[in-house]
Design a protein around this ligand. Structure first.
Ligand SMILES: C[S@@+](CC[C@H](N)C(=O)[O-])C[C@H]1O[C@@H](n2cnc3c(N)ncnc32)[C@H](O)[C@@H]1O
Length: 443
């Protein structure tokens, strides 16, 4: 069960676990891979398929239900996920839908369930293939349905009120596509051509990123990249350019002492530590011991000596008094729905307000540990104003000794909004949705 032909089997197991638990897709996938001999090409295929099926689950389930009226509550979860990966294959990868996809689904159903299950899969998929092949423009009919957007109805209704119809269409289109993965490198440490050459040797294709010159786009293969020497030595890291830009707001100088209070698993922590050229100190903390452990483990990879990790609650614990603080707060993650496709199905309507309360309490508590004249950068990967501007506005209304320092215009064009905050939108800027603002404490 470790070779490429088994990628559907692994995908169905992972998708079924996602339905049965409340865990993150990435966590379930990594757990599934642990202690199994699976080559990295198979892992890459499983990762791509499970991400795509979860991303388009709203559409896929609608196609299944509209054509075959199956009862989701009464059907075995393995059968449902065999149908999902097959309908994904039929509807979004091969044109016209073909019976070859049905045959491999039936084989898989025999392996994972029994002959009755296989018969059911065969009947449902044959019905769907027949119906879809009957109408050449079936997709245009479905495009009008709310389910085609593949986001929960509450989120669609929220966005419908906030975006113009044409913008919303482009946003939904963007979050339903598989996004580019970027890798960040430090031009002062390594030349991009050296990275291209070294990765090419391992058959990993990356290309220039036209937006940012210290990022490269990964074409394939991500799993291979993670085991490459360059990644293992910390010379390259996975990060979106918009997330990378947040750190520039800190205006770092060698020997700075910086608190990174919501730091796990440590992507931005590493970026700060590298910008300080291993001088100064990054006091990195997170409420989650597991995420602190991930950060500590990463130190073994990049070997920087200027990071100190600890477990702390940024909403109430006390910290050292410093001049620079980053709070990359927990958020709904609606700015990264393409990259983390499972988030959309885990979030509930009430989460946005719940997050904004937590974000406010973190900002309020951390502001106490900023020296006079010091600066705090507040950031999220959410598109929701409740978690972005509303939190900042509420804070500024309470604390008149703080003011916004507008982000500088050397950030990519259009990334700074009219309030001086960094604000990127996936459908406008072609990067993750990020929000960040620099708040300064008066002297
Ligand atoms: C957006 S993630 C941070 C990502 C991180 N900055 C990076 O670049 O890798 C938010 C983090 O906040 C942590 N968190 C949630 N509530 C917290 C709290 N009350 N205090 C500190 N950290 C918290 C979560 O465990 C999560 O790791």
């Amino acid at each position: 069960m470790g070779s490429l032909k088994d990628y559907r089997y692994h995908s169905v197991e992972i998708l079924s676990e996602f339905d049965k638990t409340n865990n993150q897709l990435k966590f379930i996938r990594n757990n599934h891979f642990t202690n199994k001999v699976i080559d990295h090409r198979t892992k890459s295929k499983v990762t791509a398929l499970t991400n795509s099926v979860i991303r388009l689950r709203g559409r896929i389930d609608f196609i299944i239900f509209d054509n075959a009226k199956i009862n989701y509550k009464k059907t075995n979860i393995l059968i449902i996920n065999i149908l999902r990966i097959s309908v994904y294959g039929l509807s979004f990868t091969v044109d016209p839908p073909t019976y070859a996809v049905v045959d491999s689904a039936v084989e898989l159903a025999k392996k994972l369930t029994n002959s009755k299950g296989a018969g059911f899969v065969n009947a449902v998929l044959r019905k769907i293939v027949k119906k879809l092949n009957r109408s050449s423009d079936w997709k245009s009919k479905y495009r009008k349905e709310i389910e085609w957007n593949s986001v929960p109805t509450w989120l669609y209704k929220k966005w419908e009120k906030e975006y113009k119809e044409t913008d919303l269409k482009i946003l939904l289109n963007e979050i339903n596509k598989s996004p580019y993965v970027n890798l960040r490198f430090s031009p002062s440490e390594i030349n991009p051509n050296t990275i291209l050459d070294e990765l090419n040797k391992d058959a990993i294709r990356v290309e220039q990123n036209e937006i940012h010159n210290n990022f490269l786009k990964v074409k394939y293969d991500l799993r291979g990249l993670l085991t490459s020497k360059l990644f293992q030595s910390g010379k390259i890291s996975l990060q979106d350019p918009a997330a990378g830009e947040v750190i520039n707001l800190l205006n770092l100088k060698n020997n700075d002492i910086v608190i990174d209070a919501c730091a796990g698993p440590g992507t931005k922590t590493l970026q700060i530590a590298q910008k300080l050229s291993d001088t100064g100190l990054v006091l990195a903390s997170d409420i989650s011991p597991k995420r602190v452990m991930m950060g500590e483990r990463d130190v073994k990879r990049h070997k920087l000596t200027n990071i100190k990790w600890s477990v702390k609650d940024a909403s109430k614990d006390s910290f050292k008094l410093v001049k620079k603080i980053l709070i990359d707060v927990p958020c709904s993650g609606t700015g990264v729905l393409a990259r983390k496709p499972d988030i959309r199905w885990r979030r509930k309507k009430g989460d946005i307000l719940r997050f904004s309360e937590l974000q406010f309490s973190i900002l309020k508590n951390m502001s106490k540990y900023l020296r006079k004249g010091g600066e705090i950068v507040y950031s999220t990967c959410s598109l929701e104003k409740e978690e972005n501007w509303s939190v900042v506005e509420r804070f500024l209304n309470f604390y008149s000794n703080f003011f916004i320092v507008p982000a500088k215009l050397d950030h990519p064009k259009g990334w700074i909004n009219n309030k001086g905050c960094l604000e990127t939108l996936p459908h406008v800027h072609g990067v993750d949705g990020m929000f960040a603002v620099k708040l300064k404490r008066k002297k």
